[in-house]
Design a binder for this molecule. Structure first.
Ligand SMILES: [Zn+2]
Length: 306
C-alpha cells in the first residue's frame, strides 16, 4: 500500500495490518485504507520516506500489537515533516548496516538491495546499490572478487568510521537546543521543544540551565559536540543561534530549524532555503517537531511506547 513492492494483508479487524518486506509491518485504519492511493499520489516524491518511517518504527517496536495505527492525519503529517537524508547520511547508514551484519573482521556480508533500501532512507533498490558502490569508492568497504556490491566487507577505514558514528549516534541521547532564552520565549521551550524532544525519546540540553563554571563558549562547544543533533529556534533572531547551528552543520550533524511565523520573514544568512518548521502555536510546534525528529532521526534511546 505504501510502496510498490507487493505486500500481504495479514489481519483485519478494527484496523488493517499489512506486512511488506520493504516497509515492515504497519497498521492502517479504515479511512486511510480508503484514501491511501490519493494521499500517496499527493506526496508521490516522498512515499519512500513513509516506507523508511514504518520500517524504522517496526524495528523499534518489535511486536505488531504495539504498532501505532496510522491514520490519514498522521500519515499526512509524517509525509510533510519528513526530510530527505543527505548522501553522506545514507553512506553512513549503509555502513552501519554492513557493520552490524559482519561478525568477524573481513567477513563478507549480504546486502538486500530489494527490500532493505528503506533502512537507509533510500528511494529504491537502485539508489541503495549506488550507495554501496559509494562506500567501496570511499574505501570504507570492499566488494567480493566478482565486483558485486551485494557482497561487501567493511575495511579498517570503514570500522574506524563506524566507531566514530557510534560514539554520538547510538549512544548520545542529547539534543542541543539553540534558541533565544527570554521571558517571551520561555513557553516555546517548556510547552513545545522540551516535550517534543522527550516524546521522541531524547534528552534536551539547554545550556543556560546547566551548572558550569568554565568559559561559556568552550562549554557550549563541548555540549554541541556531545549532542546527536540540534533543534534551532530562530524566534527573536539571536546571533548565538546562528553560530551554534553553523557549528553543528560543520560537524555534519543534523539541525532542525524552527521559527515562529511572526519572525520568519526576518531570518537571514543562508537558512531560508532549509526545511523550516514555521509555526503559529506551541501545540503546532510540539506536534510537528516530534514528527520531524522521529522521521529523520528515528526513535531515541528513551522512547517509551504508549
Ligand atoms: Zn511497502
Amino acid at each position: 500500500m505504501i510502496c510498490t513492492v507487493e505486500c500481504r494483508l495479514a489481519e483485519t479487524g478494527n484496523c488493517y495490518l499489512y506486512v511488506c518486506p520493504a516497509c515492515g509491518p504497519y497498521n492502517v485504519c479504515e479511512e486511510l485504507k480508503y484514501w491511501a492511493k490519493e494521499i500517496m499520489g499527493d506526496f508521490a516524491g516522498k512515499r519512500h520516506l513513509l516506507s523508511a518511517y514504518t520500517r524504522e518504527a517496526s524495528s523499534a517496536i518489535k511486536k505488531p500489537a504495539g504498532l501505532e495505527i496510522l491514520t490519514v492525519d498522521r500519515v499526512k503529517r509524517i509525509l510533510s515533516e519528513s526530510a530527505e537524508s543527505t548522501v553522506l547520511e545514507k553512506l553512513d547508514s549503509l555502513l552501519m548496516i554492513a557493520a552490524r551484519k559482519s561478525e568477524i573482521f573481513g567477513d563478507f556480508c549480504n546486502l538486500d538491495f530489494d527490500f532493505d533500501y528503506p533502512l537507509l532512507r533510500a528511494r529504491n533498490s537502485d539508489e541503495m546499490e549506488n550507495i554501496a558502490h559509494g562506500l567501496i569508492q570511499q574505501g570504507l568497504a570492499k566488494s567480493s572478487y566478482d565486483g558485486d556490491a551485494r557482497n561487501i566487507a567493511v575495511t579498517v577505514e570503514g570500522w574506524q568510521r563506524v566507531q566514530e558514528q557510534q560514539l554520538y549516534r547510538e549512544k548520545s541521547k542529547n539534543v542541543f537546543v539553540a534558541m533565544s532564552f527570554s521571558d517571551a520565549t520561555f513557553h516555546i521551550f517548556e510547552q513545545a521543544i522540551d516535550p517534543a524532544i522527550r516524546g521522541a525519546g531524547f534528552v534536551p540540553i539547554r545550556v543556560d540551565r546547566q551548572e558550569h563554571t568554565d568559559d561559556i563558549n568552550d562549554f557550549i562547544i563541548r555540549q554541541i559536540r556531545a549532542s546527536r543533533f540540534m533543534v534551532s529556534d530562530f524566534t527573536e533572531h539571536k546571533n548565538g543561534v546562528y553560530f551554534e547551528s553553523g557549528f553543528m552543520l560543520g560537524l555534519e550533524r543534523r539541525v532542525i530549524w524552527t521559527c515562529h511565523r511572526d519572525h520568519f520573514g526576518k531570518t537571514h544568512f543562508d537558512t531560508n532555503h532549509r526545511a523550516f518548521i514555521v509555526y503559529g502555536t506551541v501545540e503546532e510546534l510540539r506536534k510537528k517537531l516530534e514528527d520531524r525528529i522521529i522521521a529523520t532521526e528515528g526513535y531515541g534511546p528513551n522512547y517509551k511506547q504508549t
